[in-house]
Ligand binder design. Structure first.
Ligand SMILES: O[C@H]1NC=Nc2ccccc21
Length: 244
Protein backbone atom coordinates (compact mmCIF):
# COMPACT_ATOMS: atom_id res chain seq x y z
CA UNK A 1 0.00 0.00 0.00
CA UNK A 2 1.11 3.50 -0.86
CA UNK A 3 0.35 6.25 1.68
CA UNK A 4 0.75 9.95 0.90
CA UNK A 5 0.29 12.57 3.63
CA UNK A 6 0.20 16.30 2.91
CA UNK A 7 0.61 18.60 5.93
CA UNK A 8 2.02 21.96 7.03
CA UNK A 9 3.61 20.03 9.91
CA UNK A 10 5.36 17.14 8.11
CA UNK A 11 7.57 16.54 11.14
CA UNK A 12 4.40 15.57 13.04
CA UNK A 13 4.24 12.47 10.84
CA UNK A 14 7.76 11.34 11.84
CA UNK A 15 6.00 8.92 14.19
CA UNK A 16 5.12 6.92 11.08
CA UNK A 17 8.80 5.90 10.89
CA UNK A 18 8.51 4.20 14.26
CA UNK A 19 7.25 0.84 15.46
CA UNK A 20 4.76 -1.19 13.50
CA UNK A 21 4.20 1.31 10.67
CA UNK A 22 7.93 2.04 10.42
CA UNK A 23 8.72 -1.69 10.21
CA UNK A 24 6.06 -2.14 7.55
CA UNK A 25 7.56 0.73 5.56
CA UNK A 26 11.09 -0.74 5.86
CA UNK A 27 9.82 -4.16 4.77
CA UNK A 28 8.18 -2.65 1.70
CA UNK A 29 4.63 -3.45 2.84
CA UNK A 30 4.00 0.29 3.05
CA UNK A 31 5.31 3.08 0.85
CA UNK A 32 4.90 6.16 3.05
CA UNK A 33 5.46 9.61 1.51
CA UNK A 34 5.04 12.78 3.57
CA UNK A 35 4.78 16.13 1.80
CA UNK A 36 4.98 19.72 3.11
CA UNK A 37 2.02 21.71 1.76
CA UNK A 38 4.17 24.84 1.77
CA UNK A 39 6.15 23.32 -1.13
CA UNK A 40 3.22 24.56 -3.25
CA UNK A 41 3.25 28.18 -2.01
CA UNK A 42 5.19 30.90 -3.79
CA UNK A 43 4.87 34.05 -1.70
CA UNK A 44 7.49 35.24 0.78
CA UNK A 45 5.45 34.08 3.79
CA UNK A 46 4.51 30.77 2.16
CA UNK A 47 0.87 31.51 2.94
CA UNK A 48 -1.49 28.55 3.22
CA UNK A 49 -4.56 30.14 4.83
CA UNK A 50 -6.77 33.19 4.75
CA UNK A 51 -9.84 34.68 6.47
CA UNK A 52 -13.17 32.89 5.96
CA UNK A 53 -15.75 34.19 3.48
CA UNK A 54 -18.88 35.03 5.40
CA UNK A 55 -16.84 36.09 8.43
CA UNK A 56 -16.21 34.18 11.65
CA UNK A 57 -13.18 33.36 13.76
CA UNK A 58 -10.06 31.52 12.69
CA UNK A 59 -8.54 30.90 9.28
CA UNK A 60 -9.39 28.64 6.36
CA UNK A 61 -6.81 26.81 4.27
CA UNK A 62 -6.56 28.26 0.76
CA UNK A 63 -7.52 25.98 -2.16
CA UNK A 64 -4.61 26.80 -4.49
CA UNK A 65 -1.77 25.10 -2.56
CA UNK A 66 -3.97 22.05 -1.97
CA UNK A 67 -4.93 21.81 -5.63
CA UNK A 68 -1.28 21.88 -6.69
CA UNK A 69 -0.21 19.48 -3.93
CA UNK A 70 -2.83 16.91 -4.94
CA UNK A 71 -1.91 17.36 -8.61
CA UNK A 72 1.74 16.63 -7.71
CA UNK A 73 0.92 13.66 -5.47
CA UNK A 74 -1.68 12.16 -7.82
CA UNK A 75 -1.42 13.61 -11.34
CA UNK A 76 -4.82 13.78 -13.08
CA UNK A 77 -3.38 11.92 -16.06
CA UNK A 78 -1.76 9.26 -13.87
CA UNK A 79 -2.54 5.52 -14.27
CA UNK A 80 -4.53 5.45 -11.03
CA UNK A 81 -5.91 7.70 -8.31
CA UNK A 82 -5.68 7.39 -4.52
CA UNK A 83 -8.59 7.33 -2.12
CA UNK A 84 -8.34 10.74 -0.39
CA UNK A 85 -9.00 10.86 3.34
CA UNK A 86 -9.61 14.27 4.87
CA UNK A 87 -9.72 14.14 8.67
CA UNK A 88 -12.23 16.66 9.99
CA UNK A 89 -14.54 16.93 13.02
CA UNK A 90 -17.37 17.20 10.47
CA UNK A 91 -16.51 13.84 8.95
CA UNK A 92 -18.10 10.40 9.12
CA UNK A 93 -16.97 8.44 12.19
CA UNK A 94 -13.78 6.42 11.78
CA UNK A 95 -14.57 2.85 12.84
CA UNK A 96 -12.87 -0.55 12.74
CA UNK A 97 -15.16 -1.37 9.82
CA UNK A 98 -13.83 1.64 7.89
CA UNK A 99 -10.28 0.66 8.89
CA UNK A 100 -10.80 -2.74 7.22
CA UNK A 101 -12.25 -1.03 4.16
CA UNK A 102 -9.27 1.33 3.87
CA UNK A 103 -6.82 -1.54 4.43
CA UNK A 104 -8.06 -3.00 1.14
CA UNK A 105 -7.09 0.12 -0.83
CA UNK A 106 -3.87 0.07 -2.86
CA UNK A 107 -3.29 3.82 -2.38
CA UNK A 108 -4.44 6.24 0.30
CA UNK A 109 -3.74 9.97 0.39
CA UNK A 110 -4.33 12.07 3.52
CA UNK A 111 -4.94 15.82 3.58
CA UNK A 112 -4.17 17.29 7.01
CA UNK A 113 -6.22 20.44 7.53
CA UNK A 114 -6.32 22.80 10.50
CA UNK A 115 -9.41 22.67 12.73
CA UNK A 116 -11.21 25.53 10.94
CA UNK A 117 -10.84 23.44 7.81
CA UNK A 118 -9.77 23.41 4.21
CA UNK A 119 -11.69 25.40 1.57
CA UNK A 120 -14.56 23.05 0.70
CA UNK A 121 -13.80 23.29 -3.01
CA UNK A 122 -10.61 21.23 -2.53
CA UNK A 123 -12.55 18.07 -1.63
CA UNK A 124 -15.21 18.85 -4.26
CA UNK A 125 -12.57 19.26 -6.97
CA UNK A 126 -10.64 16.15 -5.89
CA UNK A 127 -13.89 14.15 -5.96
CA UNK A 128 -14.02 14.80 -9.70
CA UNK A 129 -11.19 12.25 -10.08
CA UNK A 130 -10.73 10.34 -6.81
CA UNK A 131 -12.86 8.94 -4.02
CA UNK A 132 -12.91 11.42 -1.11
CA UNK A 133 -13.87 10.56 2.47
CA UNK A 134 -14.13 13.21 5.17
CA UNK A 135 -13.50 11.26 8.38
CA UNK A 136 -13.63 12.12 12.09
CA UNK A 137 -11.73 10.21 14.78
CA UNK A 138 -14.03 11.54 17.49
CA UNK A 139 -16.25 14.23 18.89
CA UNK A 140 -13.63 16.48 20.44
CA UNK A 141 -11.56 19.39 19.18
CA UNK A 142 -8.06 19.02 17.77
CA UNK A 143 -6.04 21.80 16.13
CA UNK A 144 -5.33 19.86 12.98
CA UNK A 145 -5.64 16.59 11.14
CA UNK A 146 -2.10 15.24 11.75
CA UNK A 147 -3.00 13.40 14.95
CA UNK A 148 -6.07 11.96 13.23
CA UNK A 149 -3.89 10.70 10.35
CA UNK A 150 -1.57 8.93 12.83
CA UNK A 151 -4.61 7.24 14.38
CA UNK A 152 -6.09 6.20 11.04
CA UNK A 153 -2.77 5.00 9.57
CA UNK A 154 -1.98 2.88 12.65
CA UNK A 155 -5.46 1.31 12.67
CA UNK A 156 -5.26 0.55 8.93
CA UNK A 157 -1.60 -0.53 8.67
CA UNK A 158 -1.92 -3.15 11.40
CA UNK A 159 -4.61 -4.90 9.37
CA UNK A 160 -2.32 -5.38 6.36
CA UNK A 161 -1.15 -8.99 5.92
CA UNK A 162 2.34 -9.42 7.33
CA UNK A 163 2.37 -6.23 9.38
CA UNK A 164 1.66 -7.69 12.79
CA UNK A 165 3.21 -10.94 13.91
CA UNK A 166 0.16 -12.88 15.02
CA UNK A 167 -2.98 -12.16 12.95
CA UNK A 168 -4.85 -14.29 15.52
CA UNK A 169 -4.75 -11.35 17.93
CA UNK A 170 -6.76 -9.22 15.49
CA UNK A 171 -9.88 -11.31 15.99
CA UNK A 172 -10.16 -11.08 19.80
CA UNK A 173 -9.78 -7.30 20.08
CA UNK A 174 -12.30 -4.75 21.16
CA UNK A 175 -14.41 -3.49 18.25
CA UNK A 176 -13.71 -6.47 16.06
CA UNK A 177 -14.85 -10.09 16.23
CA UNK A 178 -18.07 -10.22 18.27
CA UNK A 179 -18.40 -6.45 18.76
CA UNK A 180 -17.92 -6.58 22.54
CA UNK A 181 -15.13 -4.89 24.47
CA UNK A 182 -12.09 -7.03 25.21
CA UNK A 183 -11.90 -8.90 28.54
CA UNK A 184 -9.25 -7.85 31.14
CA UNK A 185 -5.82 -9.44 30.65
CA UNK A 186 -3.22 -10.59 33.21
CA UNK A 187 0.31 -11.99 33.25
CA UNK A 188 2.86 -13.07 35.91
CA UNK A 189 3.22 -12.68 38.87
CA UNK A 190 0.03 -14.43 40.15
CA UNK A 191 -0.20 -11.89 43.00
CA UNK A 192 1.11 -8.34 42.74
CA UNK A 193 0.89 -5.72 45.52
CA UNK A 194 -1.97 -7.63 47.12
CA UNK A 195 -3.89 -8.03 43.83
CA UNK A 196 -4.37 -11.64 42.71
CA UNK A 197 -5.07 -12.87 39.19
CA UNK A 198 -8.64 -14.34 38.98
CA UNK A 199 -8.34 -18.05 39.97
CA UNK A 200 -10.15 -19.28 36.85
CA UNK A 201 -7.24 -18.05 34.70
CA UNK A 202 -4.84 -20.26 36.65
CA UNK A 203 -7.17 -23.29 36.51
CA UNK A 204 -6.05 -24.64 33.14
CA UNK A 205 -9.72 -25.26 32.34
CA UNK A 206 -10.04 -23.70 28.85
CA UNK A 207 -13.82 -23.96 28.84
CA UNK A 208 -14.15 -22.10 32.13
CA UNK A 209 -11.59 -19.52 30.97
CA UNK A 210 -13.54 -18.87 27.74
CA UNK A 211 -16.78 -18.57 29.74
CA UNK A 212 -15.18 -16.13 32.21
CA UNK A 213 -13.70 -14.05 29.39
CA UNK A 214 -17.03 -13.79 27.57
CA UNK A 215 -18.77 -12.81 30.79
CA UNK A 216 -16.16 -10.16 31.47
CA UNK A 217 -16.53 -8.80 27.91
CA UNK A 218 -20.29 -8.52 28.34
CA UNK A 219 -19.96 -6.96 31.83
CA UNK A 220 -17.43 -4.40 30.66
CA UNK A 221 -19.41 -3.55 27.55
CA UNK A 222 -22.60 -3.07 29.60
CA UNK A 223 -20.70 -0.86 32.05
CA UNK A 224 -18.77 1.28 29.56
CA UNK A 225 -20.47 1.04 26.16
CA UNK A 226 -24.17 0.16 26.49
CA UNK A 227 -24.55 1.27 22.87
CA UNK A 228 -22.28 -1.56 21.72
CA UNK A 229 -24.11 -4.04 23.96
CA UNK A 230 -27.40 -3.18 22.30
CA UNK A 231 -25.88 -3.72 18.84
CA UNK A 232 -24.30 -6.98 19.97
CA UNK A 233 -27.60 -8.21 21.45
CA UNK A 234 -29.42 -7.44 18.24
CA UNK A 235 -26.77 -9.27 16.20
CA UNK A 236 -27.02 -12.35 18.45
CA UNK A 237 -30.83 -12.28 18.14
CA UNK A 238 -30.57 -12.10 14.35
CA UNK A 239 -28.17 -15.06 14.36
CA UNK A 240 -30.58 -17.05 16.59
CA UNK A 241 -33.46 -16.20 14.26
CA UNK A 242 -31.37 -17.30 11.30
CA UNK A 243 -30.76 -20.75 12.79
CA UNK A 244 -34.19 -21.32 14.38
O1 LIG B 1 -11.12 13.80 13.61
C1 LIG B 1 -11.42 15.04 14.09
N1 LIG B 1 -11.83 15.08 15.43
C2 LIG B 1 -11.80 16.27 16.03
N2 LIG B 1 -11.15 17.33 15.54
C3 LIG B 1 -10.46 17.27 14.37
C4 LIG B 1 -9.71 18.36 13.89
C5 LIG B 1 -9.01 18.28 12.70
C6 LIG B 1 -9.04 17.12 11.98
C7 LIG B 1 -9.78 16.05 12.44
C8 LIG B 1 -10.51 16.12 13.62
Amino acid sequence: MRLDVVSIFPEYLAALDLSLVGKAAKSGLLDVRVHDLREWTYDRHRTVDDTPYGGGAGMVMKPEPWGEALDAVAPADGPSQPRLIVPTPAGRPFTQELAYELAAEPWLAFACGRYEGIDARVAAHAAERMRVDEVSIGDYVLNGGEVAVLVIVEAVARLLPGVIGNPESLSEESHSGDGLLEYPVYTKPPTWRGHAVPDVLLSGNHGLVAQWRHHESVRRTAERRPDLLAAWGAAVADKDDAVS
